[in-house]
Design a protein around this ligand. Structure first.
Ligand code: ADP
Ligand code: MG
Length: 175
């Protein structure tokens, strides 16, 4: 379940809610779009990508690319490229792993831990930031902030949030 808290700020009550939110983004993404996922370990970044993949019709199981750094899923409506830059030490390594080639490819790119190398990220990107609520709250609740940098991402966020607003539960349901 998910709910809108304020402008561009959402809440989910469980992992399925986060996946549902991500799934609702899928119909609107186009080749060349970039989604940066930020938030601590365990915040739900990889779960988010799983939801997006499901929405794109990707049948393969989406796992964390922490060790592979890049995992690609070509079989959906458009290809999905999933990066996790956690293990990279410096921006120079991005070249070696084909980061810039993938950005020019015909798919949607999701980047976990992109905030390690902000200067290397596309100028136009959606930034989805996941965080837990305070420890006193439900451990399965997350706050999800959606920022848009650049014109295309701004448009994408608008389409996505319009769709989310139709599906969202009322806020008081989600302490
Ligand atoms: P990250 O990629 O940010 O390190 P993961 O997506 O791999 O995190 O893991 C998130 C963990 O938190 C999973 O075990 C998931 O089941 C759990 N979880 C609990 N509540 C939520 C929620 N509302 N949204 C996303 N994940 C949640
Ligand atoms: Mg992850």
């Amino acid at each position: 379940m998910f709910a809108m808290m304020q402008d561009h700020m959402w809440a989910t009550s469980c992992v399925e809610g986060t996946k549902q939110m991500a799934k609702a983004l899928a119909p609107f993404v186009k080749a060349g779009d970039c989604v940066e996922l930020s938030g601590d370990l365990g915040a739900g970044k990889t779960q988010f990508v799983q939801g997006l993949a499901a929405g794109l019709g990707i049948s393969a199981q989406v796992i964390s690319p922490t060790f592979n750094i890049l995992l690609s899923y070509p079989d959906g409506r458009i290809p999905l490229f999933h990066f996790d830059l956690y293990r990279l030490d410096e921006a120079l390594e991005l070249e070696d792993i084909g980061f810039y080639d993938v950005l020019e490819d015909e798919g949607v790119v999701c980047i976990e831990w992109g905030d390690k190398f902000p200067e290397a990220l596309p100028d136009d990107r959606l930034i989805v930031c996941l965080r837990s609520k305070s420890a006193l709250d439900d451990a399965d609740a997350r706050i999800i902030d959606i920022d848009a940098v650049g014109r295309r991402s701004y448009e994408l966020r608008g389409l996505w949030e319009e769709s989310l607003a139709k599906e969202a539960v009322r806020f008081q349901g989600l302490g």
